[in-house]
Design a binder for this molecule. Sequence first.
Ligand code: NDP
Length: 474
Amino acid sequence: MKDFNLIINGKSIAATNYFDVINPADKSVVARCPKASVEQLNDAVAAAKAAFPDWSALTYAERRDKLMQLADAVEAHGKDIMTLLTKEQGKPMKGFADLGSGFELNGALAWIRGTASMELTPETIQDNDVARIELHRKPLGVVGSITPWNYPLLIGVWHIIPALLTGNTVVMKPSEMTPLTILYFGEIAKEILPKGVLNVVTGAGDIGAAISSHEDIRKVVFTGSTPTGKAIMRSAADNLKRLTLELGGNDAGIVLADADIDACAPKIFATSFINNGQTCAALKRLYVHESVHDQLCKALTNIATSMKTGNGFDEDTDFGPLQNQEQLNIVKALAEDAKDRGANFLCGGKVSNDNGYFYPITLVNDINDGSRLVDEEQFGPILPIIKFSNVEDAIVSANRLQVGLGGSVWSKDLEKAQIIASRLECGTVWINNHAMVQPDAPFGGVKDSGFGVEFGEAGLKEYTSIQTVQIFKS
Ligand code: NDP
């Protein structure tokens, strides 16, 4: 079994200590991951700082050229990347609706190429006989990226590419649960990018905090839990780091009486259970009008009971295991609480394979606000379905939690749906869909789901500061 290395200043660097990365499908060891010391993190930050003047001095076209080369190289290693993703994350190679490792790889390629095609150009806000005033966007310096275990490659790319395109250099720390894909990505990138431009430092327990408090890091981008996001914000205060915090949510979907249930059901299923529910913008609480509740429950149950949960390398597997024991424990605890409160399990709810961190696709109705399964983010394959009779109550329910990442309204009447959608307290609202993101559409949360956006021009701007240039003509 091959040990992986840190990527610091364009070199593969061994560590003194290593930890095991576990395959969630069978609890076997996938590989040993380097556990960097804080000194090695400091080396990485120093390398990124040293690389910044030359990298930021390149034109967008020159940096774009490197990033497009990176996309081609990642694509050339696609099969290895997919295999590694399935081994360490658990998602199927193919899976339900082709939303497995291949989807993540292709998404990463689309994001690298789509983001690298963008550019921030100076804006002129005044140009008259007296003066011309221009707004220029300047990179910040060294960006620290801390990524989670649900989409190790894709979310890594979401952080790295806009940072690099706008002229910053990066030190990144992937989740200790799924560090290998990004270490492999770093190996590929070091052959293309100038040394020090992208550094990957893996560890557990102290590296994240060392990044968020490092005085030479000018910005941290973090995707993960709200408590850790708040801790990062506190330790970022000392050198006034900029932050983008994408902290997950508990997205509500509201299905109105006039929704086309046959058309909605497959989309609701897919966007609730994408990546086994381990998706920040998945639909996590489903509010359904009483007149279509039974019909939708039946349609969803029909889909759910046709799904196979298993090892991601088996061709007929639709959904893999949860990524880790902690997440499985959370899902089990929320399910037990729902059972204790008398909720009805339409399907699933029983673990039949404990060789890995498996939990079946589970649908629960006869459940209300106040139940843990509704109020807490499950981040797993279990969906609570709540019946309502008055849409005003559903809107209040959707907005009653402290999180606000996404939300959706399902109806044939697009105008009415849009009026309701505009009242949802969240960063993105979808009508007749959910969880859809793309490289040019900004995405981010409100309330405890964080702040700042990723993607599109607005996402690029988050990696820059404004320099106002005032040119007086005489
Ligand atoms: P966390 O959200 O707690 O994040 C863990 C990461 O944060 C590690 O890389 C850790 O580094 C780093 N970290 C911890 N403390 C600090 C700090 N003070 N400053 C900087 N970095 C720090 O992840 P978990 O894996 O524990 O997931 C917990 C929950 O988060 C899940 O149950 C799920 O609900 C949610 N989640 C949300 C995701 C999303 O997409 N929004 C994705 C994944 C999970 P180190 O090990 O060095 O401390």
